[in-house]
Design a protein around this ligand. Structure first.
Ligand code: FAD
Length: 651
């Protein structure tokens, strides 16, 4: 059952919003993906919370691609949901094409993903915030952060005291403030050779006053990053018969642990299509590079969502994938993922039309780029609080990340801690060993960023145990018992799930039979002849083709009560040995921290599995020890193990 019915109440939402200018516990600035999770989490913890954003109608807006989840990102959505966040439920409501990416690999690295209906997503988020107790939403632009100068007893530490809105003299006070200004801080938009101030198309940048407080008053180090988006194409002008159909999964898997189905019925889902660029696209890009000032600048863009200009320059002569994705159930537009560009609009049209399926394409809105300031995240604590300013928390793209999911995950942690700090409770953190959220925040605050950071499964040391399927067991119980951001209804359900799974695992461990009995009962499974002694159900589950349903046909009385969790149990049983191995590998890396890396290593030709990104970093920095290599930005645990094995065993 899908729990939430969404009324279409945007007008009511606007009317009921009010800002009484009294003291709030928490003020959240910005109603994007970080801000909405921050505001909702702060209110769930019990704080009187105010969300101030430039335009209420853009709360929950998807600035770029209409999709949620994916590899690594899907893990973040599941974890935010396990902590009672909003985005997973919104995804289930607004999803119009669900698929699990990476299915050829193990369930630990599957990427739950959905194409979204933009309007439905926005409506759900807005409606959910409206019905959140203790949360007030106010439309306005924050002009200035109110801060008290450092207390002489705690030199160097400012104290945030509130905000001041544009066109309003009197500040609004709060004990904690969460800044989630996304791409809006000193934002500039770029198309061709023109640029104009803006945070997103149709939206003004964040005020100069806010940048001033951050840089001059608080003395925070900032940097500049960029990103871009493709043109939106009129659906009727695209010949999808010339592209490859990519249907959705037959059985859509909800993001949220409290939903058993998605709003969109399986047969109502819309397809995506795959097509490719041609050599002519590359020619048009190369001939017109001089007309594109965004791409000519040194500012770093997202490595994993590069513009077509960057793709052509980095990988000349290649065909590049272009996904044609629906923008909504009733939308007349398609989103050509892979064609992010900041060329002048007429050049955008020419390059689009060099792709067979798009040879008659009409552009509805041209692609554009945005450049914005971010705050170097090493200045934050693991609670996402600015180390030098008591009560100031930052989350989302302002911390140098890219993506809705990364923003939502940080927003939840910042909002939760802003509330705890305001209510005089100790701040809390999530560790790398228990969550991808912990990996994300640890990477940001301990390594910093030099280019927009996005999540990948390879960034997590404990991939085998940090799976999308078990995020509720990892986080919901802690979320209720220690963090205070999970409802008792969700908690009770997580306890039921945990207890049932524990009972089931114990049963699977205790039920056993001799190999020849198993062979009689399950004749289609090839059980090794060499096996002697009893084989437990747990042993049998390690065989690819063995399901819980098969085992229940052998032990119906003992196992049929657990059929509700058959898929989870199979995954749990298969991953137990991997989890143990991972723990041993991590212990080995820690033991070998001081191992010297040869000075003359040619990282580009090492015959081991290392991504191009990791090879480039290693070659540039040339760390002297394995420990130094592990601390490099972009260095993954998997790469560390491969490097360790190579150096240890190659001589
Ligand atoms: P946003 O979603 O940007 O929200 C910020 C909010 O703060 C807005 O509602 C804004 O109105 C509000 N705000 C700002 N300043 C103030 C103020 N002073 N007072 C009150 N409110 C304020 N992500 C990808 O993963 N891949 C991509 O390829 C990609 N391309 C992008 C292209 C473009 C052109 C843009 C604009 C974004 C792109 N993104 C991309 C980024 C994606 O949109 C962000 O990662 C995500 O939205 C970040 O969420 P956020 O909450 O940090 O900020």
């Amino acid at each position: 059952m899908l729990r939430k019915k969404v009324p279409r109440l945007l007008q009511v939402f606007k009317r009921t919003s009010h800002c009484d200018r009294q003291q709030y516990d928490v003020i959240v600035v910005g109603g994007g993906h970080a801000g909405t999770e921050a505001a909702a989490a702060a209110a769930r913890v019990g704080a009187r919370t105010l969300l101030v954003t430039q335009k209420i109608q853009t709360i929950g807006a998807l600035s770029c691609n209409p999709s949620l989840g994916g590899i690594g990102k899907g893990h973040l959505v599941k974890e935010v949901d396990a902590l009672d966040g909003v985005c997973g439920r919104a995804g289930d409501w607004a999803g119009i094409h669900f698929s699990i990416l990476n299915r050829r690999k193990g369930p630990a690295v599957w990427g739950p993903r959905a194409q979204l209906d933009r309007q439905l997503y926005r409506e759900f988020i807005q409606s959910d915030l409206l019905s959140t107790p203790r949360l007030t939403v106010w439309e306005g632009s924050v002009e200035e952060l109110m801060v008290e100068e450092p207390n002489p007893e705690k030199p160097g530490r400012h104290q945030v005291t509130g905000i001041r809105l544009a066109n309003m003299e009197t500040p609004i006070s709060a004990r904690s403030v969460v800044l989630t200004t996304g791409t809006f801080l000193s934002g500039s938009l770029f198309v061709g050779q023109t640029s104009s101030p803006g945070g997103r198309i149709g939206d003004a940048p964040s005020s100069a006053g806010l940048s001033h407080t951050i840089r001059e008053r608080l003395g925070l180090r900032t940097g500049r990053l960029r990103t871009g988006t493709p043109p939106r194409v009129v659906k009727n002008s695209v010949d999808v018969s010339l592209a490859k159909l990519h249907p959705a999964d037959l059985n859509p898997t909800p993001f949220s642990f409290i939903n058993t189905q998605t709003r969109c019925k399986p047969e109502e889902q819309l397809p995506c299509y795959l097509t490719f660029t041609t050599p002519a696209v590359e020619r048009v890009v190369r001939e017109n590079l001089h007309l594109n000032c965004h791409i000519q600048q040194d500012t770093k863009g997202p490595r994993y969502c590069p513009s077509i200009e960057s793709r052509v320059l980095r990988f000349p002569g290649r065909q590049h994938q272009v996904w044609l994705e629906p923008e909504g159930l009733t939308s007349d537009l398609l989103y050509p993922q892979g064609l992010s560009t900041t060329m002048p609009p007429d050049v955008q049209l020419r390059l689009l039309r060099e792709i067979p399926a798009l040879h008659k394409a009409e552009i509805h809105t041209p692609g554009y780029g945005v450049q914005y300031d971010f705050v170097c995240p090493t200045q934050l604590s693991p609670a996402l609080q600015v180390k030098s300013t008591q009560g100031l928390f930052l989350a989302g793209q302002i911390n140098g990340t890219t993506g809705y999911e990364e923003a939502a995950a940080q927003g939840l942690v910042a909002g939760l801690n802003a509330a705890r700090s305001a209510l005089a409770m100790p701040t809390v953190m999530l560790s790398r060993t228990e969550s991808y959220i912990g990996v994300l925040i640890d990477d940001l605050v301990s390594r910093g960023v030099t280019e927009p950071y996005r999540m990948f499964t390879s960034r997590a040391e404990f991939r085998a145990s940090l799976r999308p399927d078990n995020a509720d067991l990892r986080l919901t119980l802690k979320g209720f018992e220690e963090l205070g951001c999970v409802s008792s209804e969700r908690y009770k359900e997580a306890v039921r799930v945990r207890d049932t799974l524990q009972d089931a695992m114990a049963a699977l461990q205790s039920l056993s039979a001799l190999p020849h009995i198993w062979k009689q009962k399950l004749p289609n499974i090839e059980i090794s002849e060499n096996k002697s002694g009893e084989l437990t159900c747990m042993n049998l589950l390690l065989y690819n083709d063995v399901t819980i349903e098969m085992l229940a046909s052998v032990f119906p009385e003992s196992l049929s009560p657990y059929m509700e969790f058959s898929q989870r149990l199979k995954i749990e049983a298969v991953y137990r040995p991997h989890c143990d191995l991972q723990k041993r590998e991590m212990a080995r890396i820690q033991r070998e921290e001081t191992m010297l890396l040869p000075e003359d290593l040619d990282y580009f030709s090492l015959p081991v599995s290392l991504s191009q990104e990791v090879r480039e970093i290693l070659d540039r920095v040339r760390p002297t020890t394995l420990g130094a290599a592990t601390r490099l930005e972009g260095m993954t645990p998997a790469a560390t193990v491969n490097l360790l094995n190579y150096v240890r065993f190659s001589n």
